[in-house]
Design a protein around this ligand. Structure first.
Ligand SMILES: Nc1ncnc2c1ncn2[C@@H]1O[C@H](COP(=O)(O)OP(=O)(O)OP(=O)(O)O)[C@@H](O)[C@H]1O
Length: 260
């Protein structure tokens, strides 16, 4: 029997009128793998992420998880959870409620529980994202960007995802905080054997976190392969251009080597 890849994307398309945001892309991700998607602004990275997460419907093609469609014929999502973390976590929280209430709300979507029974689950999760349990009673508005991203990671983990999509998850943070969040994501991946899809304009980050990379240009994948190989020896003219286009895209050995 053929072993199915964990995630298989087949001829995926998303058109917004004339705009071909995602234009017939195909790729796979194996279980436990980390794959990056890079490319300039507007090339279709986030749309691809939203299609895989089931937040939008494709115009064409399909997303298979463990060989089955993302949405089953019954209209229900396959019990194989995909979750996403975004660039600015504050956008997806009600800033005036407490961390506990935010996480409880997410938890109650995935399992039946009451606030008293949820307390230890949420405290354990706060510990996992390296925050003390006192954070449960803070309001989102009282958190720093890095703390808020840790809460967003905790919230994503509550659904026990197998695939975590990180869409520019560190790009709004200071460099030192980026490094901490990166280390946290790496530790969590190891502990939970998660599969990561990392969307970023920053190839340095992708080369640190991922083993494989897909380069997108105008809705298509123009190059893919081992991240270090693509970085050292890009084949497609667009990838060469992207690599030549700025320091932000080049690996920063000081920043990344020190977290190894
Ligand atoms: N809801 C929408 N309606 C119309 N056009 C859209 C919509 N969402 C995205 N687009 C367009 O689709 C294209 C791809 O957008 P997308 O956000 O996927 O790019 P991206 O590579 O993630 O860019 P960035 O790095 O700036 O986030 C862009 O031209 C964008 O303007």
């Amino acid at each position: 029997m053929n072993k199915q890849p964990f995630l298989q994307v087949e001829q995926l398309e998303k058109f917004y009128g004339e705009i071909r945001a995602v234009n017939g892309i195909s790729f796979f991700v194996e279980k436990g793998e980390s794959v990056g998607i890079v490319g300039e602004s507007g090339c279709g990275k986030s749309t691809t992420a939203r299609l895989i997460a089931g937040l939008e419907k494709p115009t064409g093609g399909r997303v298979l998880l463990q060989g089955e469609p993302r949405r089953l014929k019954s209209g229900r999502y396959k019990k194989c959870y995909v979750n996403m973390i975004f660039q600015d976590p504050r956008d997806s929280f009600d800033s005036h409620i407490t961390v506990f209430s935010s996480l409880y709300e997410a938890l109650s979507h995935t399992r039946r529980t009451d606030r008293r029974r949820a307390r230890p689950v949420i405290e354990e999760l706060l510990t996992q994202v390296e925050l003390s349990i006192e954070y449960a009673d803070r309001r989102i508005v009282q958190l720093s960007g890095g703390e808020c991203q840790r809460i967003a990671i905790a919230r994503a983990l509550l659904t026990e995802p197998e695939l975590l999509i990180c869409d520019e998850a560190t790009s709004a943070l200071d460099v030192s905080i980026q490094k901490q969040i990166l280390e946290l994501l790496q530790r969590i991946q190891k502990e939970r054997q998660l599969t990561y899809l990392v969307i970023s304009h920053d190839l340095a980050l992708v080369s640190h976190l991922c083993s494989r990379v897909l380069v997108m240009y105008q809705g298509k994948i123009v190059e893919e392969g081992d991240v270090k190989k693509v970085l050292r020896n890009p084949e497609h003219p667009y990838t060469k251009l992207l690599l030549a286009s700025g320091a932000a895209f080049m690996p920063d050995p000081y920043f990344y080597n020190h977290s190894k």
